[in-house]
Design a protein around this ligand. Structure first.
Ligand code: ADP
Ligand code: ADP
Length: 226
């Protein structure tokens, strides 16, 4: 079970900006939850708190029934995919994908197996020896995804992962991401300002505005009565 539960979660940044206010959100095991809303409404902050990249100021945040407010990011067993890919430029695709596992001291043959499997799933097997600069944007995004998949985490967190891709690639990658979720069934939390993206990807959509959660519902219901 990898339910992610926010109970009255707030984030106040130094300086007093209340980026997230009293957020209640229950992301179920295996669910694909999309958090959507305009720039500055608190989407990234919410995701970053779940990832452990920001402290929770008030409230309770739990993953798989463990309160994680105080668990360091490395021990949360979740993987984040960013819009800027965050690949190490000096490492090959293989090394980039293997990095998180090496850090956690996985045995070599297990690393090899997991990287091969993920590369196969993402259609990037022939790119494993390349450096990021020799990849297209779409290929880089796959490597970033591969780095998350090999960890076999409890949940994936996506922060506008497609926003650097051109419109056409965005649509195909979106479909692939959906298929990947159907295959892996890993709980996924996906942040975007793009409503079309939210519609296609989300099992449910969480609409944020001005730091507050306004609505949580199935895509059709959200856009039926906005
Ligand atoms: P979104 O992801 O929806 O664009 P953010 O979560 O990035 O929104 O930001 C929510 C609010 O918090 C904004 O007003 C933003 O300016 C503010 N904010 C974000 N990060 C910080 C920070 N590190 N320090 C202070 N304020 C921040
Ligand atoms: P994992 O895949 O195990 O989560 P990451 O590769 O995401 O590991 O990150 C491992 C550590 O390196 C983290 O502390 C992260 O903040 C940092 N890190 C990740 N990407 C970069 C990057 N491109 N440049 C510098 N530091 C990074």
């Amino acid at each position: 079970m990898a339910q992610v539960l926010l109970e009255k979660v707030s984030k106040v940044y130094d300086g007093g900006v209340e980026a997230v206010k009293d957020a209640d959100l229950n992301i179920k095991d295996k669910e694909f939850m999309v958090i959507v809303g305009p720039s500055g409404c608190g989407k990234s902050t919410t995701l970053r708190m779940i990832a452990g990249l920001e402290d929770v100021t008030f409230g309770k945040l739990s993953i798989a029934d463990r309160v994680v407010n105080d668990i360091p990011p490395k021990d949360r067993d979740i993987a984040m995919v960013f819009q800027n890919y965050a690949l190490y430029p000096h490492m090959t695709v293989f090394q980039n994908m293997a990095f998180g596992l090496k850090l956690r001291k996985y045995p070599k043959d297990e690393i090899q197996k997991r990287v091969d499997q993920a590369a196969d799933m993402l259609g990037i097997k022939e790119l494993l020896k390349r450096k990021p600069k020799a990849l297209s944007g779409g290929q880089r995004q796959r490597v970033a995804l591969g780095r998350a998949i090999v960890r076999n985490p409890k949940a994936f967190l996506f922060d506008e992962p497609l926003s650097n891709l051109d419109a056409k690639l965005r649509v195909t990658t979106r479909a692939e991401l959906k298929a990947l979720h159907q295959r892996l069934q890993t709980t996924s939390i996906y942040v975007t300002h793009d409503q079309a993206e939210a519609m296609t990807l989300g099992d449910r959509i969480c609409v944020m505005y001005n730091g507050e959660i306004q609505q949580v519902d199935a895509p059709m219901k959200v856009y039926d009565n906005p």
